[in-house]
Design a protein around this ligand. Structure first.
Ligand SMILES: *[C@@H]1O[C@H](CO)[C@@H](O)[C@H](O)[C@H]1NC(C)=O
Ligand SMILES: *[C@@H]1O[C@H](CO)[C@@H](O)[C@H](O)[C@H]1NC(C)=O
Ligand SMILES: *[C@@H]1O[C@H](CO)[C@@H](O)[C@H](O)[C@H]1NC(C)=O
Length: 468
């Protein structure tokens, strides 16, 4: 509809909108600290840190979940762990796990004032419900690839497998000792003279939850992972509350939190500063609610990448609200490869502050890590994506709004309201990019967008090709 406005009017509107932005900015910031409650389909935030939280509340249970920690405590030192930072304490942890797993509402205690080093370990269930793995001290893997036992998996360090009703918490630190992994010459530009030597270049993710349900991850500081910090796959009912994740801006592939094949996830009140995606949502995820999260130096909050190797992707009901993204390459992103199938639908980005972010709002259906990817006719169908109250500043090296939808499967029903983005420094880059993007503006935006197309691009029968 904007394209029909005469140029003069558009100019006057921009001046008025810039004036309004100053008023809005101050309101936007105070608003950020207010809690909002959302529809009942998402897990609700818990106000008490669930330090002893034997049965994680399913979405919207009204009980507080507080119950006295009458389960036994299993201190790893009682099993022979030394905690001097160099002794291999893996065996003590395995023995403590075995006993804790077998008893009701048990606490496996990693006490404060000690530094425990363990090698890659699978903590597997089934266990009795209410198990708490409590890290009050420091827990870390061997220092770098040369100290990694040859026989150990390099895919993950700590794996929690087949558990129901388990909490990982504590006031301590999970330290990843990632530096020597980041500096491997097979990592991007870490080879001689800035080259990248051929792989394989496996580096372990720090923590993986696999095939588990009713999980809580809270309070911990998780830092310097060799690769992803925390990942969930094949899980359901996950609550992540008040954690901090910290790695240098230039650490490669250190995604903060990654979920895939996981349903009903709440991520609340957490800070993530790292070198790759802050939070990434992979295929087969639904009902993910992210609220009050701060992302710094990262590649932002990403849905994707989806549809790699012509795969089917199904992602629905994702809500991101009251977030801050700061000094990042991307703000909120949906990325898909060409050739995929399935759909991404029901995505809401609401009340997000951008501070010096390159691609604040981006949909990229041509995601490609090789030099050249072949053009393909199939694509993951992106629809019902709404952007509301997204304000702040962008880094002018790229346009702040970028919708690159598939040639053959256009994006449908993108809605935008109260989107106001100004350059952090320098000149306005006011040409948002849209390719094959359908949707509507509920309010005028800054920069103005004139390239969203009206109407619905696909008929009902065409849509059904992308059903999940
Ligand atoms: C790195 O670059 C320098 C200067 O160009 C050159 O002398 C040296 O041989 C190069 N080293 C390697 C390993 O390529
Ligand atoms: C893919 O399509 C685009 C746009 O039609 C074209 O510019 C590009 O060269 C094509 N790439 C390949 C690898 O065929
Ligand atoms: C467009 O998407 C919004 C959610 O973003 C949804 O509420 C609305 O029903 C959709 N409209 C159509 C016509 O599908």
């Amino acid at each position: 509809m904007l394209s029909e406005l005469p140029r003069g009017l558009l100019f006057i509107w921009i001046l008025a909108a810039i004036f309004m932005l100053n008023v809005h900015n101050s309101q936007g910031r105070t608003h950020f600290h207010k809690k909002k409650s959302h529809g009942s389909k998402f897990p609700g935030p818990v106000s008490q840190p669930p330090a002893y939280y034997p049965t994680p509340s399913p979405p919207d249970s009204s009980g507080s979940g507080e119950s006295s920690p009458d389960g036994c405590s299993f201190d790893v030192r009682s099993y022979g762990a030394v905690g001097d930072g160099s002794t291999d304490d893996t065996n003590a942890f395995k023995l403590a796990w075995k006993d804790a797993c077998a008893s009701e509402s048990a606490v496996l205690l990693v006490p404060s004032d000690y530094n425990f080093m363990i090698t890659s370990t699978i903590f597997s269930g089934p266990c009795n419900r209410g198990l708490v793995f409590q890290v009050d001290g420091v827990l870390m893997p061997p220092d770098g690839p040369d100290s990694w036992p040859k026989s150990d998996s390099k895919h993950n360090w700590l794996v929690f497998y087949q558990l129901d009703g388990m909490t990982l918490t504590g006031n301590g630190i999970i330290e990843g000792n990632g530096e020597k992994w980041w500096d491997l010459p097979c990592k991007p530009h870490r080879g001689p003279n800035g080259s990248t030597l051929p792989g394989p270049c496996d580096s372990p993710a720090l923590i993986r939850f696999f095939m588990s349900s009713n999980l809580v991850l809270s309070n911990l500081r998780i830092q310097n992972s060799p690769q992803f910090h925390v990942k969930f796959d094949g899980c359901s009912n996950v609550l992540i509350e008040s954690i901090s994740i910290d790695s240098p801006a230039l650490s490669p592939n250190t995604d903060g939190i990654h979920v895939e094949g996981t349903k009903s996830v709440g991520i609340y009140n957490s800070e993530i500063s790292n070198g790759d995606d802050c939070i990434s949502i992979g295929p087969s995820c639904s009902d993910v609610n992210i609220e009050n999260v701060i992302c710094e130096h990262s590649h932002g909050i990403s849905i994707g990448s989806l549809g790699v190797h012509n795969s089917q992707a199904c992602v629905s009901n994702i809500m991101v609200s009251n977030a801050v993204v700061r000094n990042s390459d991307n703000g909120v992103r949906i990325k898909t490869w060409q050739g995929g199938t399935g759909s991404v639908t029901g995505i809401t980005f609401d009340s997000i502050v951008m501070e010096n972010v390159r691609n604040c709002i981006i949909i990229d259906q041509y995601y490609c890590l090789k030099k050249e990817c072949l053009n393909q006719t199939s694509a993951v169908f992106v629809s019902d994506v709404s952007y509301t109250n997204i304000k702040g500043t962008y880094d002018v090296r790229s346009p702040p709004i970028h919708f690159a939808c598939s040639d053959t499967v256009p994006c449908a029903n993108i809605t935008m309201s109260e989107v106001e983005l100004l350059p952090a420094q320098g000149e306005l880059v006011d040409d948002p990019f849209c390719w094959n993007a359908y949707g509507a503006l509920k309010t005028l935006t800054i920069p103005p967008i004139t390239c969203l197309q009206d109407g619905a691009p696909l008929s009902i029968s065409e849509k059904s090709k992308y059903d999940c």
